[in-house]
Design a protein around this ligand. Sequence first.
Ligand code: AMP
Ligand code: ZN
Length: 438
Amino acid sequence: MSSSEFYNPEFEALSRAEIENLQLERLQHTVEHCYAGSRFYHERLDSIGIKPSSITSLDDLRKIPFTTKQDLRDTYPFGIASVPLSKCVRLHSSSGTTGNPTVVLHTQRDLEQWANAVARCLYMVGCRPEDVFQNTSGYGMFTGGLGFQYGAERLGMLTVPAAAGNTLRQLKFFKDFRTTVVHAIPSYAARLYEVMCEQGIDPRRDLALKTLVIGAEPHSEDTRKRIENMLGVKAYNSFGMSEMCGPGVAFECKEQNGLHIWEDYYIVEIVNPDTLEPVPDGEVGELVLTTINREAMPLLRYRTRDLTRILPGDCPCGRQHKRLDRMKGRSDDMIILKGVNIFPIQIETILMQFKELASDYLITLETLDDNDAMTVEVELSDMFIDDYGALQRLEKEITRQLRDEILITPKVRLVPKGSLPKSEGKAVRVKDLRKQYQ
Ligand code: AMP
Ligand code: ZN
């Protein structure tokens, strides 16, 4: 691969040894910076007798305690920062479902580095200044808005801050501005197609779309393929979270086989969520990230709660930055029903293999006659013929496949297209009405 395929050849083309040397240098700098500037980290490192000079190898990172979302809540709003507030120019906040939200602060340099990371991701999948980029994320506190805005502008694309919702207007912009690249959460990509069909728009014939960036919520490989087939585009998986800035943390390359995590920005660990011991490459565990290119609010060994694994082996694209497998879900999204652990993505993976089904589904958990039960409602696609016998056979087959996968027999209900509630942001896939959860 020629270096013209890299946005930041000086970082993207590094060998493993070079990446690790740079990581150690940046880690040492980060720990010194946190120790000097953050009261939280100063006290935490003191409490276990660690000085910045104790970090002499990458393995020494494991001497440092984990940082958790609870730490961010406990120190809300500014307590983990490593610089004075006067050096900060932006904050983002993610709304927690319980207690305080979490706040992430950024200096001017942080914002520049963030924009660079997003530009690097977009360049990797073929975006160039000639492209027109339309962002359907919510703007404001949600980092998918401004994060992609500045990254796409940095790359030099004409960038359309369409923001979330108003699907008819999105489609008008696609047509009028000849949009070639779209950022959308996967559930919204499916919605865009639905409305195109209603409006008689054939994306291949009438639009210039060629690339979709999908992320922010877990989705299966079949969901990606559906989106690609519906819209006639290539769809690339984008992973990020507000605590790590937002988008730009890990992104698929053109191989579409795992998401490269930018190791000049982050040190990756995958740990067993129960023992917190590292697991070998290839094994699923919780993703733990240390930021090594951040000024306002570096985070040391942050427990993301996301479950994934490092894909072993080299990527044919030539980048040696490690690849993460698509996210399996979050440890806190796991459903425990009758003692069985189930991830919504397992259910999605089965459902999306049925061409008779559309993309929207809802899992409801409830207590019926003192027994916990699961109902899976899923929308039918348009192509499905209204034949009662066929519907029943289909329901039975879906139930059978779900039972084989999750070891529990759910009640499956096939519902007309468009009948499940739609959310503005990330799709809500699970409704838990069980007695103990009320
Ligand atoms: P937020 O901080 O609100 O942007 O949410 C970040 C969380 O969204 C992550 O911790 C993941 O759980 C989820 N997420 C983001 N990107 C992806 C993705 N590509 N696949 C699966 N989950 C994702
Ligand atoms: Zn690659």
